[in-house]
Design a protein around this ligand. Structure first.
Ligand SMILES: Nc1ncnc2c1ncn2[C@@H]1O[C@H](COP(=O)(O)OP(=O)(O)OP(=O)(O)O)[C@@H](O)[C@H]1O
Ligand SMILES: [Mg+2]
Length: 343
């Protein structure tokens, strides 16, 4: 058995149907060995389902895929030896302590008792779990659990690691700790395929990104390529009065012909821009409309705008307009009803 291959994952036309829901509807993915690949999409996009098929935990209804050249249907045993899966489905024993869990994993991976103890202590230290070492898992917080889960996957350090939303719900410090660990995994030879709902996470970590929405890959490329595909630059406006956000949105739609992303709390509005020169026309229009601005800049677009441009709806469904929100009354262009069905 050999797994010398340029491609850790090659998937073509993967399909998974649940009843009449085509959860994954023809997904192609190519993950180069030694890289971090990000699958980015909102709730219900089909991320976990895709990973479960690649990890041989779920049978595809269509398409095929290989892991380091091994077919996931015909050689599932070999594939399982090459992968580690952590994430939304924690696989550790609830009644055992953190140390006992890591010891168990280490022993299962063929370490001697002494090595297993040393390794477990090291990992608990590294993940800031030393103080909770003897606590049973059922008393762990979500963040501690996530860290232990990743720690367990470091024991065997398989060539390909699937991380399903590794940082969802983590505080910023733990999150950046996870990012460091993921980078370290790749630096020491693993390939990582991670899913995320966070655009900045994909931007920070992934060499390439597939944007997935309702079971379909709507775009693929490096973060830079995805940003460039939307327009060459991005306009950022901060308004003196957040109450004029809606009018500013209309002005931008009129002058630049594009939808913008509103951040009402910050009085902030961003929009993709293909021609930086047109900012002059916009400024004239804003003054004519009596909309005072506090800050204006033209910069590289954010992945949020990329997602909006590609799918017609924002990536974070949860950020849908709240009652009393200036954006709540937006008519026409706001695709809110579709967002609901995406869940
Ligand atoms: N076992 C299942 N039985 C029936 N439907 C399922 C099953 N698993 C997933 N689905 C449906 O398939 C679609 C994709 O789900 P999936 O869990 O892959 O999304 P996701 O991108 O991982 O979302 P999230 O960000 O919420 O984890 C959803 O509509 C979901 O309800
Ligand atoms: Mg999921």
């Amino acid at each position: 058995m050999t797994h010398s291959s340029d491609w850790a994952v090659e998937a073509h036309g993967l399909v998974k149907v649940f009843g009449d829901n085509r959860a994954v509807d023809g997904v192609d993915l190519s993950v180069r060995t030694g890289t971090v690949y990000g699958v980015l999409g909102p709730n219900g996009a089909g991320k976990t389902t895709t990973i479960r098929m690649l990890a041989t935990l779920l049978k595809p209804d269509g398409g095929d895929a290989t892991v380091f050249g091994h077919d996931i249907r015909r050689e599932p045993q070999i594939v399982r030896q090459l992968i580690g899966v952590t994430g939304q489905y924690a696989s550790v024993d609830e009644t055992l302590s953190a140390t006992e869990n890591l010891m168990l994993f280490s022993r299962l991976n063929g370490l001697s008792r002494a090595d297993a103890r040393r390794k477990s202590t090291e990992l608990l230290e590294e993940f800031g779990l030393s103080e909770a070492a003897t606590r049973p898992l059922k008393k762990f917080s979500g963040g501690m659990r996530r860290r232990l889960d990743l720690a367990a996957s470091l024991i065997s350090q398989p060539p390909l690691i699937f991380l399903d939303e590794p940082t969802t719900g983590l505080d910023p410090r733990t999150r950046s700790q996870m990012w460091d660990t993921i980078r370290r995994l790749v630096a020491t030879g693993s390939t990582v395929l991670l899913t995320t709902q966070y655009l900045d996470e994909a931007d920070q970590l992934a060499d390439r990104i597939a944007v997935i929405d309702r079971g379909i890959v709507v775009a693929e490329g490096t973060a830079g390529e995805l940003k460039a595909s939307v327009g060459t630059s991005s306009l950022l406006l901060r308004l003196a009065d957040a109450g004029s956000l809606e009018r500013a949105r209309h002005a931008i739609l009129d002058v630049l012909g594009v939808e913008s992303v509103l951040t009402p709390e910050a009085g902030r509005i961003t929009a993709p821009m293909s021609d930086p020169d047109s900012v002059t026309d916009l400024l004239i229009r804003l003054r004519a409309d009596g909309i005072a601005i506090e800050e204006l800049s033209v910069q590289q677009p954010t992945l949020d705008e990329v997602f909006l441009a590609l799918t017609g709806h924002p990536a974070d469904d949860d950020a849908a307009p709240a009652p009393g929100d200036a954006a709540a009354g937006a008519s026409g262009a706001a695709p809110t009803p579709e967002l609901e069905t995406a869940r």
